[in-house]
Structures are given as C-alpha cells and as structure tokens.
Design a binder for this molecule. Structure first.
Ligand code: GLA
Length: 595
C-alpha cells in the first residue's frame, strides 16, 4: 500500500519546470535558474562544448539561447539544421555538460543580429507588416515553427530532456500591443508539442509588461544595474509568481564609430548578488561572448533616427570572452554564485591556444568592377531601382547601372531610400559617396560626351534589429535623382558574395577600392587568431572561404576573431574586399582588440 502511494506520488509530481507560488520547481523540487546566454549561431560548433563547460565552471546551471531564423533560412528555401545549424545538437551538448536549457525561438529575437533574426525575404515588400497579426507574416512564422519546434519536443524537461522553458516573442512590449499575435505564437508553440513553461520577457515598466505579456504566461523583466526598481515593477504587475531577470545586461554591444562599452566586474558581481539575495532567478546576458560572423551584425536607429551599425564582435564584455577567455568578471560573478550553488569540482579551463603573431603581404588583387559579371550572374532590368530583398538577395552588395544622356553641364545627383552607403562612378571614375545618414547629400555629375555610364555600388551594413524601424531594406528602395529627375532603366547586379570561387586574381597592385585582395597565410598549428588591417578602411574578410565579418577603420573594434577551427595546417587563403583604400599588410595577432 505504502509503495503504491509512493508510485502514485511520483507519477503525480509534475515533470519539468513548474511554478509553486513565488518559486520554481524542477521535477517537483525547488529550483533556482542560474542561467547565462550563449548564442550557438555566434560560436563555431566545435567550440560549443568548450564554452558550455566554462559556463558550468562559473557555477551556472542553465544555458539560454535564442534561435536566429535567418541563420537557418537566409533564402526562401528549405531551412538548414545541419552542422553549425544543428540547434538540437547544441541542446544535447548542453545536457551532456550538465546544463538545463532555455530556448527563445522568437521568431523575432533582437540580439543585435541582422533584422532581429527575421529572414530578409520577409521584406520582399519593404513595407510588409511584421510582428503582428498579419496573415502573410503569420503564415511564414507558422511554417518556420513547424520546422523548428518539433526538434525540441522530445528534448523538453517535461519528457526527461534538458529544455525547461521557452520564451514567446521577445520584449514585445517595446514594439507593439497586439495580444492576438502573442496568443497566436503561444498557441502555435503548444500545437507543435511545446508543453514547457512559457514566458514573456519585457522591459521593467508597467506599460511594457502590459503590452508584451499574456495573462496566462509568466512575465519576466530585463535590466542592468540595481534590481530593486525593476523587481518592484514586476511585483506590481505580477504579485504572486517567481521573480526572474531573463536578461541581466552584464556588458553591452558596440556600434561602429562609437565608444567601446565595458562594465565594472565588481559592480556586475554586486548587482548579481542583489538579484540572488532577492530570491530571484537569473539569466546573464551574455555569459559567453560571440561573433557576428559574415553579414549578420544588426543595427539600431538612434533617438534622432541616425543609423548605427553594430560591430562584428559580440564579445559584449561578457564573463567568458568571444575567444573563450575567463575574464575578471567571470571570477567576480563565480565568487557570488558559489554562495548559492555548489561549484563543479574541476580545475578551471585555460584560455584556448592562440597563434603566434605574423604579418602578411597581399599580392593578388582584382577590382570589383572587373569581377561584376563573374560574381553576379545575369543582371536584372527594372525601370526604377529596387532593394535586394525584392530580388531574393539576403546580404552582400548590390550594383545599379544606368546610362545618362549627354552632353550636359554639371548637375546634382541625389539618392533617396539608401541602405546604407553608395559609391558612385561615371564611366568608371569615382565621383562621390552617399551615406544614409546624410539624406540631403548631393554629388556633382558632369557628362561630357554623348552619354555616360552611371554606376551605383551599394554597400549595406546590418538591418535594424530593434524598434519601429525594423523594415530596413538594403540597396536602393527610393530613387536616384539627377537634377530632381528620377533616372530610369536600371541594370541591377546582385552580389551576395556567397561564393568567391569565380574571382580571377591578377598580380596587380590595386591601392584603391573597391577591390578584392588575396593573401596566403602559412600556419604550423591551427589556433585562435586575431586579424588586424592597419591602413585599410572598410571591408569584409573571408578565411578559407568563410566570411569572418566586417572591419572598419572607424573602430572601436580593431581585430576580427578567427577561431582555430577555420584555419588549416599549412596554407590558408585570406580574401579581403576593401571598399576604399588598401593597407600594405594584414596582421595576425595573438590577442584580441575589440576597443
Ligand atoms: C534586449 C533584447 C536583446 C538584446 C539586448 C541588448 O534586451 O531582448 O535581444 O538586444 O536588449 O543587448
């Protein structure tokens, strides 16, 4: 009889993460979430286990990750879940290391990631409704969720797996108040088999909590600094539930041309201590730094509407750095966590090996102009310019060409709807540059002969990932105006630059851009490297065909992180697309410089 009662009690004790009054229970026992954010899409998959072990060593019991939709489905084709994109493998690795998992599948994630993780093809119509009850948008989301969510079903703690909770949308109260949309996402998640605890995280104001939450889901808050005020707001909104800071900003991100952000480790540790002393659960945002590899860095709009592109590094001044280093902040926070949890009984991991410094000379070059046809395939023709999304292109550059009748005197050229920087040429000669932040800028054009070729090469940086300016198409979504008159009959070349194998390098020195440059790097033992571009201005770098990300002399980031797994023993190939001016060497450094 007694045995029978025990079996019954066991069967009745709820599995997974549940709420009892102001506390969480995991499989029926009190549980405090000590979590840290680590984005699988920002760290090479061969480093996932290493970084997760470092999180464990810090005293965390849970890892939180977003899912970046556009990382899996950049083109409107089948979503990719292989290799680096095998998010279920990431979850299983976390489980093996002894971490529970929180998944934030968006579909919008913000995260300083291009378009907040939404795929560019949603902007085929640049004004397409997003993040609200709209049939076309919800149809796309539902199809994506039908691909994504089943992968987590059996990994849920409700079924014995590590996934304890999932978020619905992301800080929705900072964007809209369409509760029907939130309810649609919740219902879709449930219908796909997600029976875990669901939560809505928001900024710590009554308005954001009200707009961004559903009454039947747990509300949580995101903040930095002292938790007293934010937790009082959460308590006022939701009196009888557990307190949880789902993003404690222990660092911050940087924009190109602005200052580098750091936070004081002692202050961060003191704030974490206050959160824990309040009995609350925690998610450090970020625990592990990462990288906006390739074209994935996002952007913001300032209060006055200025466009602010985000740098390539997402080190975030995190406790565990972009290249896996255990920082002073790691040790300070670990000391606090030790008061609340049993630290693993293993020696702390050392900094991953780094390459010796070396200087590399660039030998082969090819001007972009000479490579246009090889890289873009057949041009498309349109009466007026269209942005890349309208042509199914997610990233890269885009080139517009038309003919201007002459001879005519000097006239002013303007561009409207530019994303984000344009280099303009007449008959191959550079005549000026346009920047989205100077919308009234005009460039003088003189066509001496009977006609001239006008080339506009647009170099976009990231899509806006936060706020009302989310619809941020790249290329030209307005007009190119000569003396106020819209130019027509455009030949448009898409340059996604996914594959550079068609480039034919010549042994020429090309000091001015835009041009591709190739360098060979000999490596004895692959290890982490940090690339610097002294004297260069702005561009994109590929290491053995993998797009590492943008560099820009504006700073604050100086070096690009090139993880060990991208290098080969022996000969390696670096390709640099420089838009402006070529420096005389590239440096491989043995330490990062993010600002
Ligand atoms: C918000 C978002 C995150 C991230 C941080 C800032 O909290 O939810 O995705 O953008 O801001 O780093």
């Amino acid at each position: 009889m007694g045995g029978g009662r025990a079996t019954l009690a066991q069967a009745e004790s709820p599995r997974g993460l549940t709420i009892r009054g102001k506390e969480f229970l995991l499989d029926g026992k009190p549980f405090r979430i000590l979590s840290g954010a680590f984005h699988y899409f920002r760290t090479h998959p061969k480093d996932w286990r290493d970084r997760l072990l470092r999180m464990r060593a810090m005293g965390l019991n849970t890892v939180e990750t977003y899912v970046a939709w556009n990382f899996h489905q950049p083109y409107e084709k089948k979503a990719d879940f292989t290799g680096w994109r095998d998010v279920a493998a990431f979850v299983r690795t976390a489980d093996e290391v002894g971490l529970k998992v929180i998944v934030r599948p968006g579909p919008y994630i913000c995260a300083e990631w291009d378009f907040g993780g939404l795929p560019a093809w949603l902007l085929k119509d640049k004004d397409a409704p997003l993040r609200r009850s709209d049939p076309a948008y919800e149809r796309a989301v539902d199809a994506w969720f039908a691909e994504l969510l089943p992968r987590f079903v059996d990994l849920q703690a409700t079924r014995g797996g590590p996934v304890i909770a999932m978020q619905v949308e992301n800080e929705y109260g900072s964007y809209g108040h369409d509760h029907a949309y939130l309810a649609h996402l919740r219902d879709t998640m449930r219908a796909q088999g997600i029976d875990s605890l669901l939560f809505c995280s928001n900024g710590a104001t009554q308005q954001a909590l009200k707009d961004g939450s559903l009454p039947d889901l747990l509300s949580t808050v995101n903040f930095d600094g002292d938790p007293t005020g934010p937790f009082a707001e959460l308590r006022a909104f939701q009196p009888d539930k557990p307190l949880w800071c789902t993003e404690f900003w222990d660092g911050w991100f940087d924009h190109w041309g602005e200052q580098h952000h750091t936070t004081d480790p002692a202050q961060t540790a003191a704030d974490v201590e206050k959160i824990l002393a309040a009995g609350a659960s925690l998610n450090l945002y970020m625990a592990v730094g990462g990288t906006n590899f390739g074209w994935y860095a996002g952007a913001n709009l300032s209060g006055s509407g200025a466009y602010q592109p985000t740098v390539t590094s997402y080190d975030y001044n995190s406790p565990i750095s972009e290249s896996g280093e255990l920082t002073e902040k790691f040790h300070a926070v670990r000391k606090v966590l030790a008061k609340y949890t049993q630290l693993p009984n293993a020696p702390l991991p050392a900094t991953p090996p780094r390459m010796p410094a070396q200087q590399i000379t660039v030998r082969d070059s090819v001007p972009l102009r000479d490579a246009l046809d090889a890289l873009s395939g057949t041009p498309v023709r349109r009466a007026t310019p269209v942005p890349m999304e309208a042509l199914g292109q997610p990233h890269g550059l885009i080139h517009y060409r038309t003919r201007v009748r002459g001879p005519q005197g000097t006239k002013g050229l303007r561009i409207t709807g530019l994303g984000d920087r344009a280099l303009v040429f007449v008959d191959g000669k550079r005549i000026g540059t346009f920047d989205r932040n100077q919308p009234d800028h005009s460039v003088d054009v003189t066509v001496a002969g009977a006609s001239g070729t006008l080339d506009v090469l647009v170099d976009p940086t990231g899509r806006v990932n936060f706020g009302q300016g989310l619809n941020d198409p790249k290329g030209i979504s307005g007009q190119v105006l000569l003396d106020g008159e819209a130019l027509r009959n455009w030949e448009i070349r898409r340059l996604p630059l996914d594959d550079l194998s068609a480039l034919e390098f010549g042994r020429v020195h090309t000091p001015t851009g835009p041009a591709f440059h190739r360098a060979r790097v000999h490596v004895d033992t692959p290890a982490d490297g940090f690339l610097a571009f002294p004297g260069w201005d702005k561009g994109m770098v590929w290491l053995n065909g993998f797009a590492l990300g943008r560099y820009w002399s504006l700073g604050p980031q100086v070096t690009l992180y090139a993880p060990s797994h991208l290098w080969r023993r022996g000969r390696n190939e670096l390709v640099v697309l420089e838009m402006e001016r070529t420096g005389d060497r590239i440096e491989v450094r043995s330490a990062p410089d993010v600002g």
